[in-house]
Design a protein around this ligand. Structure first.
Ligand code: HEC
Length: 172
């Protein structure tokens, strides 16, 4: 091997390295970006997260203005909320973990807040309830802010359970 050959080999080395890196990059993009995106039905993950910071403050303000008068400013609900009143209707339940708000999937919580307890939809036929519908007052985004605020009071265990029922309903 003479001197010129070695020089030629060296000058080839860089293009070869560039091509190899490009191939490697292409493979990595294929594995981590293209293939995952090709999955036929990527599961929807539109679960409303508990909020913090600025979003939490917005949710707090909306909750205190629209919900606290019945559900309590500390989310504690009305006293004896499990007992029907003289008119046969139920008092407002707590939204903290001692209530059952966290048993319902997001879609149901949004529907109840937007439309109230609608017989045949979110309540049994003929059901009468004092929960007002807020559809004319609050936008869906505002309802989500309120739910994010409410969720910030739940434990990880309750959050996980409520996330599961929410995603099960979405994937059905
Ligand atoms: C005028 C009183 C009143 C106000 C104001 C009110 N609620 Fe209610 N809410 C109720 C009552 C009463 C119930 C129980 C309904 C029943 O079971 O008949 C209820 C039930 C609910 C439920 C169902 C809870 C469960 O565990 O089944 C949700 C969710 C809810 N309210 C959300 C809200 C949100 C969010 C706001 C504020 C935007 C709000 N409510 C404002 C009275 C109220």
């Amino acid at each position: 091997m003479n001197k010129r050959d070695t020089k030629q080999q060296k000058s080839l080395l860089i293009p070869i390295l560039i091509i190899l890196s490009a191939l490697l990059l292409g493979t990595l993009i294929g594995i981590f970006v293209v293939i995952p995106a090709m999955k036929p039905n990527p599961p929807k993950t539109s679960w409303i997260e508990p909020t913090q910071g600025e979003l939490w403050l917005q949710g707090q303000a909306l909750y205190q203005q629209h919900c606290a008068s019945c559900h309590g400013s500390n989310l504690e609900g009305q006293t004896n909320w499990r007992q029907r009143k003289a008119d046969g209707k139920l008092p407002a339940p707590p939204h903290d973990e001692s209530g059952h708000t966290w048993h319902h999937p997001d879609a149901e919580l949004i529907a109840i807040t937007r439309d109230g307890m609608v017989p045949g939809v979110t309540a049994p036929e003929g059901y009468q309830s004092d929960m007002p519908g807020f559809g004319k007052i609050l936008s869906d985004a505002e309802i989500e802010l309120i739910l994010g605020y409410i969720k910030s009071f739940w434990s990880d265990r309750a959050l996980q359970a409520q996330k599961e029922v929410t995603l099960q309903l979405i994937q059905r």
